[in-house]
Design a protein around this ligand. Structure first.
Ligand code: SF4
Length: 386
């Protein structure tokens, strides 16, 4: 097998292992959950099954170096953390190893990040160099997701967006104050938000070019950040910066870091943030629609759409025969596809029974019964779910 031609690089990749503790790469981040072995045991630890726009693929998720001159408090690769084995791979070596793994059908896609050495600009150049080789020399046309270093230059961002399918500019926190508590050497406005503004500008300046989509990511729950803060920023990113996806990574403490004794964030909080984020992005909800409780967080015991429906629809149920698309999508278990199916079906006849909703593809329609009327009648009562 060709792979034996580059044993040093594969050994290095194996040593890096799962470097993606806070680095989802695709469309279903929660199915990419890392195994936490960021000082690895096998090459398989570097490969994640990732949902991409063209289907699920095994993606090589790795870094050019696990050395870093910054000291983000949550990160296993932070400067000065003695437990971390520092491994560095050159762009040519990594491109070569990727090509061989790709030809051996071990991977079909690359997520590339890096620790920062000699500044963000030098590091970003190396990330770009790697993908230039992969695209030009090895003619790889598949999925590539690149990290943008904080404070990268306009030209670097533009080139990365030409080469990749997706680029990440990770805000990590919703405000400068929260970021300082997480990553004291990162500047929220100048190094991070500005990258997102530039990405939007690049898209506007090159409207006919195929350019990568922009995503971001937050580390959730380590420094007192609230769901309201996180979703408020997410809403602005979706509406004003053209960001296609906000990722939320529940904080998990790393030993020998300043946050090692901070309580891990419950995964359910991350899950609720994703649900609320989709309501903002795909259901046209406003931030004010989300049912935050007094501490600025969402309830974790119930999904935000159902929590809203409990407050607003239990007393004023939605009439399925007359509601518009947006109103239908307010009902738990009815999404955009279900709403369209209902609208098409009721043109042909009346919807009077819950079984008709099931036939239209609505999942578990009995869970919607407290919040709807069917042709003027309340459907038979169902057991309360909570
Ligand atoms: S810049 Fe990136 S790799 Fe370096 S310490 Fe911060 S999060 Fe870790």
């Amino acid at each position: 097998m060709h792979i034996k031609a580059v044993p040093d690089t594969l050994t290095k990749l194996t040593q890096m292992g799962d470097v993606t503790l806070y680095e989802p790469a695709g469309d279903q981040p929660q199915s990419e959950k890392p195994n936490g072995r960021y000082q690895a045991r096998s090459l398989a630890d570097c490969i994640s099954n990732v949902s991409t726009p063209t289907g699920k693929k095994p993606i090589l998720k790795t870094m050019l170096t696990t050395a870093c001159e910054r000291d983000c408090f949550y990160c296993p690769f932070r400067a000065g953390r003695g437990k971390t084995k520092r491994v560095t791979i050159s762009p040519a070596q990594l491109a070569d190893a990727f090509d061989k793994m790709q030809r051996a059908r071990q991977v079909d896609g690359l997520f590339l990040s890096s620790g920062i050495i000699k500044g963000s600009i030098t590091t970003q150049d190396k990330i770009i160099d790697t993908v230039e080789i992969i695209r030009k020399q090895y003619q790889y046309r598949g999925y590539v997701h690149l990290k943008i270093m904080p404070g990268a230059q306009y030209d670097q961002l533009y080139r990365a967006m030409q080469l990749a399918d997706r680029v990440s500019v990770n805000l990590e926190a919703p405000t400068q104050e929260r970021l300082t508590a997480l990553a004291p050497k990162k500047d929220f406005a100048v190094e991070l938000v500005k990258m997102l503004q530039l990405a939007k500008q690049i898209k506007q300046e090159h409207p006919h070019e195929k350019l990568a989509n922009t995503v971001t990511q937050f580390v959730v729950g380590a420094v007192g950040d609230t769901d309201l803060e996180l979703l408020s920023v997410s809403e602005r990113l979706y509406r004003q910066m053209g960001v296609v996806r906000a990722y939320y990574s529940a904080f998990s403490p790393v030993t020998h870091t300043p946050l090692e004794n901070v309580t891990p964030t419950a995964p359910i909080r991350e899950h609720r943030l994703y649900q609320a984020s989709f309501l903002l992005r795909d259901y046209q909800w406003e931030l004010e629609d989300l049912p935050f409780v007094d501490n600025g967080n969402l309830r974790t015991d119930v999904d935000p759409k159902r929590a809203w429906a409990e407050l607003h629809l239990r007393q004023q149920p939605i009439e399925i025969m007359t509601a518009n698309r947006e109103q239908l999508m307010r009902v738990p278990n009815i999404g955009p596809v279900g709403a369209d199916a209902i609208i098409a079906a009721r043109r042909k006849g009346r919807i009077t029974d819950i079984s008709q909703l099931r036939k239209l593809g609505i999942h578990a329609p009995e869970q919607a019964t407290p919040y709807i009327l069917l042709d003027g009648h309340k459907p038979p009562a169902q057991l309360r779910l909570f």
